[in-house]
Design a protein around this ligand. Sequence first.
Ligand code: CMX
Length: 449
Amino acid sequence: MALKETLQRKIDEARPRTKRLVEEFGKVVIDQVTIDQAIGGARDVRCLVTDISYLDPQEGIRFRGKTIPETFAALPKAPGSDYPTVESFWFFLLTGEIPTQTQVDEVLKEWKVRQQVPQHVFDVLRAMPRDSHPMAMLSVAMLALQKDSKFAHNYHKVNKTSAWEYVYEDAYDLVARIPVIAAFIYNLKYRDDKQVAIDPSLDMGANFARMIGQTEQYKDVARMYFVLHSDHESGNVSAHTTHLVHSALSDPYYSYSAGLNGLAGPLHGLANQEVLDWTLKFQEKYCKDVEPTKEMIRLALWETLNAGQVVPGYGHAVLRKTDPRYMAQREFCLKTPGLKDDPLFKLVSLIFEVAPGVLAEHGKAKNPWPNVDAQSGVIQWYYGVKEWDFYTVLFGVGRALGVMANITWDRALGYALERPKSVTTDMLEKWAHDGGRELGAKPVAAAAK
Ligand code: CMX
């Protein structure tokens, strides 16, 4: 069964479950909110729903119920590779089913039709100052695509049952086009605008590698990288922003442009460029002529912390152990001849031995362990993608898969406009004084009258 038909069947199965939860169990309490959660970024408040991935603080991410190794093992592989194609992963994320080779072949075929990027998008990018950050370019490219949004064009024709079909159309177009746009930005900014045409015989990862002038081996790097960065449940800034903006029925292009703007923050996706920046500055300052030592790293980490800065690539809002996405990339390095002996990889491994202890001693970060961003840049650097301000764009290409699958399901299940309630500081102070808000109580201002 082709992707859309499989998805339709899954949606038909899921809709009665959501309807029943709302109609029969809508008032069942699943969480409560404290003052520090209201002020502190809603950490750990359970008020988002997704079946696409789940992040356990100890275990890490599961895509559709599968850990990273299980996901890689289960999906059909790219020809001659140990890694699955991104296309097969897209089928899996959307439907929760492992596609057969025939189903993967269908997606591969459709992807090639959808990946054509209209010329005006390239024109817009060429008109931007060349020193624009590549994330700003990627976000602008999403907005340039918006004029052809099938969801926006059909909005007045759809109802709550059929709306998802146009989100699906846009989402599919967007995930197929975004690697081509990313490659264009790379070539525009760093390779004198020497552009490389799409090779329609290749899968997404392989084609991306070719378009940015990379080696055979980088094809697997791209496949692995895009899958690992795809989804991390719904609460992270890029996923949540995309979901929030789409909840106003803004189309997928508007929604993902907004999501990318969140990904571009140094506490989120931009941390991967920050890691490279930190590590290279460390090399420059401490080990020009000598091998790095743990003591040097300790000193440099404390310098960063004492300057009131965060150590990039470490810590997480949900995870409480080393990020399995970090480990998957580390294992890739360890099994790749050349890479495992690369000085930068060795340095990053040494930082991994020292930083958790320093962060624990510092005593602030709830999680002193590395996240995905601590390892990803090293691999890119090794293969010659040394322009580290591009690294968050790579994250953005991968993240598109997760958030586009999510908003397709948002529409399929008719999720509502997102609109949490705010309170004032006066209210918080009164509830603090009273020992908590009496549920069902009138707002403070009204009660005082
Ligand atoms: N270095 C120094 N201080 C850190 C820290 C780090 N790596 N991680 C957390 N802290 C500090 C926080 O800044 C916070 O300090 P204040 O109380 O002064 O505000 C305190 O420890 C508690 O923070 P937390 O509850 O442990 O972490 P948060 O949920 O608030 O933030 C994150 C999570 C990722 C933003 C934070 O760990 C961080 O800034 N890490 C470095 C940047 C980074 O690697 N981001 C990428 C995350 C993955 C991704 O999204 O791509």
